[in-house]
Ligand binder design. Structure first.
Ligand SMILES: [Zn+2]
Ligand SMILES: [Zn+2]
Length: 896
């Protein structure tokens, strides 16, 4: 939808769309900006320009329009007390990890808290009406602005003021009246300073008018009146109109403080702590001038590099001042901002990684580390985390509970950064050699596949500036990847299937065939569990034909048949494979048990990433930063079996979605988003509570036993647990015991064999003197104790008997040729994985029978090498399949 078109339409009828009671009562006048023509409402009849174009823009820096000064947390207390006083419920913030929407990783606005997806429609569910919420929102699009512009944050607190116009709630008149009084009465801003600008909002198929409110050029909030749906001209009024007023808490603090930047009044004691580290006084006239110039330039130029350059010029800063003051300052603000965002995200269960929303978190920590490196700072991240949390815990007590977990994750990630730097250095050298700067797309590839940040490349002079579009592009890539195609089946005319597995769950039942197509059958009622939530479908029979697959399409369950397809209209007998179902069920309850057990053992960041439940095996993928140690696996398994042994009661209850969320929190969404109004809550006493559509045992002891068979880190930030439960687990243990027994038996056998061999070798050793005498006495060819002798001009001896080892060959051969210089000796034997050959040739014999040549030739056959001289040589090779060839060769060389 074209926003301009809607604005033209609405502004052409201001009485209908923009004129509220307040404007009339107070005598606001409507004006069109002399410069940009936009319409605005003001009490100052002299004002000719809209807030963006007026001269007073950002004049609050150094000269705030209020008598009272409120920092970030105080500003929220003021806002909250005002709205509560005016009949609003103050609701705690929702998690920044948006687990209730599958098209968003992070919560980007306060209204998102109350949006739920039903099919392709967005519906609103408010826990109270009207309400106000301090919603932390994460946005990564303007990352390169953070620290530089004085007003961009990677996370900020959106004051959400929301109302549905009905018996409790209100519409435009009261909304604008409240916002005006918040500014003038609660914050003490002069009425003439407040300017309302006409605008519109459109998104998700609906739209409405909006009034943005400004004080001295700073947009403090935007009251959106979502009223219509459809295309402009053909639009209709929504059944449920909604007030969506979002305001930036950071800006409320800033306008009362008048500090050079919004950062100076929003990070509590951190800012001063950081300033002391680099020795800067943030409250100087020069900084006020500089950041005012930045703000004004941001209205004119899109390119940040340009904005900065112009501000430096206007303020008259030298390059030295920029390097000494501005650049370090930007680094400090970046560190404080990014760290605050990471604290919220990790507290809410997100992990830095290379995938999905985890990218943004890893990138931010790398930017922090890169800045610390570049500025050569000695910063204790733990200390900064403590300062942030101590400052924020009054408003957000949940941060305090996860303090240690946040530190653990940040420490681990920082260590990984240090490790990766070496690799990055090598990569960067290669890039420098290319002779041209990488493109934005190349920078993204470098970041994604090698983890090389553009900050790092700038630091080592591969690039001179970070392209303004880099972070926006990267963030776009990781917005959300989850959108499924719905298969088109001929099911339109069918009623929803009566799902017996959610009722009395009979294993045998009668049902009527409503539709038949291809090999598929739709019944009026079924107890066959359809594939869903990682649980595999039931098998069994329909009218004696095999059921091989069951899937759910909307509310209709489709059975795939292998065999005779029954006819439409028939009433058929159906039977579930109850053993299969029972095993799958045990595995499903085990998944829940393992998930919570893993969280208990490893940390609060453990969430189910995905799960799969078959009859004879199952797996649970959890969000965790490292591979698991054997001890961790054992601890998780023990904790899980402890829950099994306690025989806890598993209860299943349906709740209204909003009630379930309020009662149990968003931890219930382990298996992902629930797209229905009523959620099925499966709880294992107070140990584990999840929204789940699967089948479960009634008490945990029915699971019998859980065995983790294998664990593996399958991707960055995700670890897979493969496991079995019930009879499969018992069978697994039995098999393990059998295998163990077999292994012990084999080891014993091996030991006995080794011992025998040792004994034989010992015997052979003892035999040497006697054998030497016997061989010396031998005057014709023959065999003595497996040594083949050939008496000719030379006495040649060869053996490959297993009873002789290296020690024997070395000693026997050496003595033999010493006693008789006209003799030669060759022994072939196994030694570990190789076959070896040892050859001796006496002083005389060596003239015709060269020991070196013999060893070399034999070794070559064995695929190895040999060496030595004419009198003594050895060698060997690993190709045991050639042993017979080797023996034949050796024999022919000396006996023949
Ligand atoms: Zn204007
Ligand atoms: Zn489940």
């Amino acid at each position: 939808m074209d926003k301009k078109e809607i604005l033209n339409e609405f502004s052409s009828d201001p009485d209908r769309y923009y004129k509220v009671k307040l404007f009339e009562e107070q005598g606001f006048v409507r004006k069109s900006c002399l410069k940009c023509k936009r319409y605005f409402w003001t009490l100052d009849s002299q004002r000719g320009l809209c807030p963006d174009d007026a001269d007073d823009t950002y004049s609050f820096i150094g000269d705030p329009p209020t008598k009272k000064r409120f920092d970030y947390t105080q500003a929220w207390k003021e806002v909250e007390s005002f709205f509560v006083k005016n009949n609003h419920t103050s609701v705690s913030r929702y998690p920044v990890v948006c687990r209730w929407r599958d098209d968003l990783y992070f919560t980007i606005a306060s209204i998102v808290d109350f949006q739920r997806i039903m099919g392709s429609k967005v519906v609103f569910e408010f826990p109270a009406n009207p309400l106000v919420v301090p919603q932390t929102c994460l946005r990564f699009k303007d990352l390169e602005n953070v620290g530089v512009t004085g007003r961009h944050f990677s996370s900020f607190c959106m004051i959400g003021q929301h109302s549905i116009p009905n018996a409790q709630g209100y519409w435009k008149d009261e909304c604008v009246d409240l916002d005006f009084r918040l500014l003038t009465e609660q914050f003490g801003i002069k009425k003439e300073e407040v300017v309302f600008v006409e605008d519109v909002w459109a998104g998700g198929g609906s739209f409405g008018s909006s009034l943005e409110y400004f004080v001295r050029g700073l947009e403090l909030g935007n009251a959106v009146f979502t009223e219509f749906q459809g295309e402009l001209g053909k639009h209709t009024i929504l059944d449920q109109k909604i007030i969506d007023m979002g305001a930036g808490l950071e800006r409320f603090a800033w306008i009362t403080k008048g500090t050079p930047t919004a950062y100076d009044c929003c990070f509590g004691p951190i800012t001063n702590h950081l300033f002391e580290k680099i020795g800067i006084d943030s409250d100087s006239e020069m900084l006020r001038k500089y950041f005012t110039a930045i703000a004004k330039n941001l209205e004119i130029h899109d390119d940040l590099i340009e904005v900065r350059r112009n501000a430096v010029k206007t303020t008259g800063l030298t390059q030295d001042q920029v390097n000494r003051i501005i650049t370090p300052l930007e680094g400090m603000y970046l560190i404080a901002d990014h760290l605050r965002t990471l604290i919220f995200a990790i507290t809410d269960g997100a992990l830095p990684s290379n995938v999905g929303g985890g990218y943004n978190l890893r990138m931010m920590l790398r930017r922090i580390n890169g800045t610390i490196d570049r500025m050569n700072l000695k910063l204790d991240i733990d200390e900064l985390v403590d300062m942030h949390i101590d400052y924020l815990r009054d408003t957000y007590p949940e941060l305090d509970e996860k303090r240690q977990d946040v530190k653990t994750i940040l420490k681990l990630e920082s260590e990984r950064y240090v490790e990766s730097k070496v690799r990055m250095g090598k990569m960067a050298e290669r890039l420098k050699g290319k002779g041209r700067a990488p493109t934005v797309d190349e920078l993204i590839t470098l970041y994604e596949s090698d983890g090389i940040t553009p900050e790092y490349l700038r630091e080592i002079d591969v690039i001179s500036e970070i392209p303004s579009s880099f972070y926006a592009k990267l963030s776009d890539l990781h917005q959300s990847d989850k959108k499924k195609d719905i298969e088109q089946l001929p099911l339109d005319d069918l009623p929803e299937t009566d799902m017996l597995f959610y009722k009395d769950d009979p294993m045998e039942f009668d049902a009527k065939i409503l539709k038949v197509f291809d090999k598929s059958v739709v019944l009026d009622r079924t107890s066959f569990y359809a594939r869903g939530g990682g649980q595999e479908p039931d098998y069994g029979t329909i009218a004696d034909s095999k059921v091989v697959d069951v899937n759910k399409h909307g509310g209709v369950i489709v059975h795939e048949i292998d065999g005779v397809i029954p006819k439409q209209g028939e009433v058929v007998k159906c039977k579930i494979d109850s053993l299969r179902r029972s095993n799958i069920t045990k595995n499903h309850t085990s998944t829940h048990i393992l998930n919570s057990s893993a969280r208990g053992v490893l940390g609060s960041w453990i969430w189910q990433h995905s799960a799969f439940k078959e009859a004879d095996h199952a797996r649970l993928d959890i969000t965790h930063h490292s591979s698991l140690t054997d001890k961790q696996v054992q601890d998780i398994e023990n904790a899980a079996n402890n829950i099994v042994a306690k025989d806890m009661v598993v209860t299943i209850q349906n709740y209204d979605r909003g009630t379930a969320e309020q009662k149990y929190g968003f931890k219930i969404y382990q298996g992902g988003v629930v797209p229905v109004k009523s959620v099925r809550i499966v709880s294992i006493e107070d140990f584990d509570v999840e929204a789940c559509g699967g089948t479960h045992v009634k008490k945990t002891k029915e699971v019998e036993l859980i065995k983790i068979t294998k664990t593996k880190r399958i991707q960055d930030g995700v670890v897979r647990l493969e496991f079995v439960s019930g009879p499969t687990a018992k069978e697994y243990v039995k098999q393990q015991e059998i295998e163990n027994a077999k292994r012990i038996q084999e080891e014993k056998q091996k030991e006995i064999k080794n011992k025998q061999r040792e004994e034989e070798k010992q015997k052979a050793k003892e035999k040497i003197p006697v054998l030497l005498e016997q061989v010396a006495a031998q005057s014709s060819s023959g065999i003595i104790d497996e040594i083949e002798i050939n008496v000719n001009k030379i006495k040649s001896c060869f053996t490959n008997s297993k009873q002789y080892d290296e020690f024997f060959h070395m000693n026997f051969g050496k003595k033999l040729v010493k006693d008789n210089p006209n003799s030669v000796y060759v022994g072939i034997f196994e030694s570990g994985p190789t076959i070896r050959v040892i050859a001796y040739s006496g002083d005389e014999a060596s003239k015709s029978k060269n020991a070196g040549n013999i060893a070399k030739s034999v070794a070559e056959i064995l695929g190895g090498a040999g060496g030595g001289d004419a009198k003594f040589a050895q060698g060997g090779g690993k190709d045991t399949s050639k042993i017979n060839d080797a023996i034949a060769k050796a024999k022919s060389m000396i006996l023949g």
